[in-house]
Design a protein around this ligand. Structure first.
Ligand code: CP3
Length: 378
C-alpha cells in the first residue's frame, strides 16, 4: 500500500501493470444524476458552489470506479473576472465578442485570489473527499482566445482565424493576457490540492503548423514551464492535431493526450512524451459491446511500450449510455499490460514502483479496497 496512486504513477512516466482510466467530460449530461442536479441549480451555479462542484466531480468516480477525478468546472471559468460576460447555451456564448485592440486592452488580468475562489474551495474539499487523485484544468490560451474572438463555438472558427491575420498584434496582446491568467489560475488549483493539471487546447488543430508555432505553442509552453516547480504531472490535449505532433513535442508536457485519428504507437514516436493519454473514439461507446471491446483493446495494445493513461480521444458524448462506460472500465481494468507485453520483460522500461519514494508510515490510510489512492501524497 505504499505506492502512489496508479494514475499518478503512469502520469509520471511509469510503465504500469494496468492502464489507469479516466475520461474527459466524465461528469455531465449523459449521467441522470448530473441532469437531476442541473435541473435544480443550473450550470454556472453548480460550477460556482463548491459543495455542488464536489458532488458532480465525484458522481462518475463513485459510479464507475475511475482512477482519477477531474474537477467539475469549465474552461471559461476564469474569464468573467477579466471582464467578459458569458452564458452557456449549452456551449459558451459571449455577450460581446472581442474584435479589436481596444477590447483586448480593456481586459483585466486579475490577481490569483480573485480568479475563482470557489474553484480553490472545491479543490480543498476534494482533497479529503476524493478516493482518487484530482485533476485541475484550464483552457489553453489559444483555445480561450478562439472563443473570445469568435463569440461562441464554431465548426471552423473562421472569424478567429481571420482575426489572427488581420490583427496579429491584438491577437498576441490577447494571448499574453490569457497566458498570465491561465498560469495563475492553474497555480491556484495546484496550491489548493489538484494533483495533476490538464491544459485543454481543443481548437489547436485548426491551425497549420506555422500558425500554431506563432499563436499556440509559445503560450502553452510558457504555462507548462511556470507549473514545473510544483512537480505535478502536466497534461496537454489538442484535438485533430496529428499534423502538430512535432511542435507539441516541444511544449514540455509530462503527458500528451491525443485524439483517435492516429494510433498511440505512432504518436509515441512522434511526440517523445514520457506518457501518452487517450485515445478511444468517444463514438465507440455508442456501438455494440463486442465492437467496444475490440476497439478499446486495440487502443490498450497500441499503448504498450511506455506509460499510458487510458482515456477517450475527446469528451464523453451526451448520448452515451452509462452502461457502456461501465463496460469500458471493466475492459481496461481487465487488461494486464505485463502479460500482453510478453513474458520476457513486462513491457519496455523497468518497473519503478518498487522504489516509489513513498514513506509507508501514513497509518491513517485505511485498507481501502478502492482503486488508486491508498496513502497518497498528502
Ligand atoms: O471533464 C469533465 O468532466 C469536467 C468538466 C468540464 C466541463 N467542460 C463541463 C461542462 C471540462 C473539463 C470542460 C472543458 C471544456 N469546456 C472544453 C475543453 C474540452 C473539450 O471538450 O474540448 C471546452 C471546449 C469547453 C467549452 C464548453 N462548455 C462547451 C463546448 C460546452 C457545450 C456543451 C458540451 O458539453 O460540450 C460547455 C458546457 C459544459 N461544460 C457542460 C459541461 C458538463 C454542459 C452543460 C450542460 O448543458 O449541462
Amino acid at each position: 500500500m505504499s505506492e502512489a496512486p496508479l494514475f499518478l504513477r503512469a502520469a509520471r512516466g511509469e510503465n504500469t501493470e494496468r492502464a489507469p482510466i479516466w475520461l474527459m467530460r466524465q461528469a455531465g449530461r449523459y449521467l441522470p444524476e448530473y441532469r437531476a442536479l442541473k435541473a435544480r441549480h443550473g450550470f454556472w451555479e453548480m460550477v460556482r458552489t463548491p459543495e455542488l462542484a464536489v458532488q458532480v466531480t465525484l458522481q462518475p468516480v463513485t459510479r464507475f470506479g475511475l482512477d482519477a477525478a477531474i474537477l467539475f468546472s469549465d474552461i471559461m471559468t476564469p474569464l468573467p473576472p477579466m471582464g467578459v460576460r458569458i452564458e452557456f447555451d449549452p456551449g459558451p456564448v459571449l455577450a460581446e465578442p472581442l474584435r479589436d485592440e481596444a477590447a483586448v486592452a480593456a481586459l483585466r488580468v486579475p490577481d490569483a485570489g480573485e480568479l475563482a475562489p470557489f474553484v480553490a474551495d472545491a479543490l480543498r474539499l476534494l482533497r479529503d473527499a476524493s478516493p482518487v487523485p484530482v485533476i485541475g484544468f484550464a483552457g489553453a490560451p489559444l483555445t480561450l482566445a478562439a472563443y473570445l474572438v469568435e463569440g461562441s463555438g464554431s465548426k471552423d472558427f473562421a472569424v478567429f482565424r481571420g482575426f489572427l491575420r488581420a490583427r496579429p498584434a491584438a491577437a498576441h496582446a490577447l494571448l499574453e493576457k490569457l497566458t498570465e491568467v491561465t498560469l495563475r489560475y492553474l497555480q491556484v488549483q495546484l496550491e489548493a490540492g489538484a494533483e495533476a493539471v490538464q491544459l485543454f487546447d481543443s481548437w489547436a488543430g485548426l491551425l497549420s503548423e506555422d500558425g500554431y508555432r506563432a499563436f499556440g505553442l509559445p503560450y502553452a509552453r510558457r504555462v507548462m514551464a511556470a507549473l514545473a516547480p510544483f512537480g505535478a504531472p502536466r497534461v496537454y490535449l489538442a484535438v485533430g492535431a496529428g499534423h502538430l505532433h512535432r511542435a507539441i513535442g516541444e511544449i514540455g508536457a509530462d503527458v500528451v493526450s491525443i485524439d483517435w485519428r492516429r494510433p498511440l504507437s505512432g504518436a509515441r514516436r512522434e511526440l517523445g512524451a514520457p506518457c501518452l493519454q487517450g485515445n478511444l473514439d468517444p463514438a465507440a461507446l455508442l456501438g455494440p459491446p463486442e465492437a467496444l471491446r475490440r476497439e478499446a483493446e486495440a487502443v490498450l495494445r497500441q499503448g504498450l511500450g511506455g506509460a499510458h493513461v487510458f482515456n477517450l480521444g475527446h469528451g464523453v458524448l451526451p448520448q452515451t449510455e452509462p452502461d457502456a462506460l461501465a463496460r469500458l472500465v471493466d475492459i481496461v481494468r481487465g487488461f494486464d499490460r505485463r502479460a500482453e507485453a510478453g513474458a520476457g520483460g513486462g513491457g519496455s522500461s523497468g518497473r519503478a514502483s518498487a522504489s516509489e519514494p513513498r514513506a509507508s508510515g501514513a497509518g491513517a490510510a485505511p485498507a481501502t479496497a478502492a482503486p488508486g489512492r491508498g496513502e497518497s501524497a498528502r
